[in-house]
Write a protein that binds this ligand. Structure first.
Ligand code: CP
Ligand code: NVA
Length: 311
């Protein structure tokens, strides 16, 4: 298969075709199986990935750092606090300078536009490790998990309930629309996904056979769902509105009552970190339906595929 991803940025799943997303997911699966049988591919021997963080991380940092090392390269953790960025050096200049040293950049930050600007001014691939708007690495990994659990992705009934104006929801809308899934998002007034992203997803869905539903009713969203997804109600940077979020979003909690409506053998998904008894009860996230640690593991495999293909 020819690699059309070489040199590309990985900023939004909307920048990739269905076939390209499948290329990532299939490579991730094959690397995972080869690793399990003791074979380590090292296509990035001698390459360096810079990893800029202006927000905390457990999974993203460790899976990228371990992933680049397993591929034969090296990862450099770059805390934004210690870069000249913090003292006013522009994103554009940072991009030009880092392009002279590194072979790829992974960035996690607040403003999505900063990642767009970094990518526009870099001559090396830029990978989005989460912004306030999108979290494409997690969504790509989640497609791998869904494929592994069900043996297919198209036609899967996928529901999200909670804060819909959320980076995970936005990336899952693109992922689902590209992959032909039936994506339902339930959230209250004021917490609905960005209308422009819903419109883009609906336009894509018309081509792929996906279906997109945005509703205020959590039961409507999860009815007969194969997979139910939750994320924290207070994302990084939203701590000031935590109390209001807890009250408004409580009817959207994934709990045993809501689980009455899902399909038999449905799975529960969460990008983690989770807050038990807020967006999900312990009996669901720690129950047999939960695949959250498989999702966390798949970050490693999916990101290795993204790095191997783009860098
Ligand atoms: N799911 C995820 O991105 O986790 P971290 O915030 O720990 O990286
Ligand atoms: N929506 C969450 C995702 C964490 C991986 C946040 O942005 O904090």
């Amino acid at each position: 298969m020819s690699n059309l991803l070489k040199g590309r940025d990985f900023v939004s799943l909307n920048d990739f075709t269905t076939e390209e997303i499948w290329q990532i997911v299939e490579m991730a699966r094959s690397m995972k199986l080869r690793m399990r049988s003791g074979i380590m591919d090292r296509p990035l021997e001698g390459k360096t990935l810079g990893m800029i963080f202006t927000k905390p991380s457990t999974r993203t940092r460790i899976s990228f750092e371990v992933g680049i090392w397993q591929l034969g390269g090296v990862g450099l953790f770059l805390s934004a606090e210690e870069l000249q960025l913090r003292r006013g050096e522009t994103i554009e200049d940072t991009a030009r300078v880092l392009s002279r040293y590194l072979d790829g950049i992974m960035i996690r930050t607040f403003d999505h536009q900063d990642v767009v600007d970094l990518a526009a001014n870099s001559t090396i691939p830029v990978i989005n490790g989460l912004t306030d708007l999108l979290h494409p690495c997690q969504a790509a990994s989640d497609i791998l998990t869904i494929w592994e659990k069900f043996g297919r992705v198209a036609g899967i009934k996928f529901a999200f309930t909670g804060d819909g104006n959320n980076n995970m929801v936005h990336s899952l809308l693109f992922a689902g629309a590209k992959m032909g899934m039936d994506v339902r998002v339930a959230s209250p007034e004021g917490f609905q996904p960005e209308p422009s992203i819903v419109q883009d997803a609906q336009a894509l869905a018309r081509k792929t056979g996906a279906r997109i539903l945005v509703t205020k009713d959590p039961v409507e969203a999860v009815r007969d769902a194969d997979a139910v997804y939750a994320d924290v109600w207070t994302s990084m940077g939203q701590e000031e509105s935590k109390d209001q979020r807890l009250t408004t979003l409580m009817p959207y909690q994934v709990n045993a009552d809501l689980w009455e409506h899902v399909a038999e053998s449905a799975i529960f998904m969460h990008c983690l970190p989770a807050h038990r008894e807020e967006e999900v009860t312990g009996e669901i996230i720690d129950g047999p339906m939960s695949v959250v640690f498989d999702q966390a593991e798949n970050r490693l495999h999916a990101q290795k595929a993204i790095m191997a293909l783009t860098m």
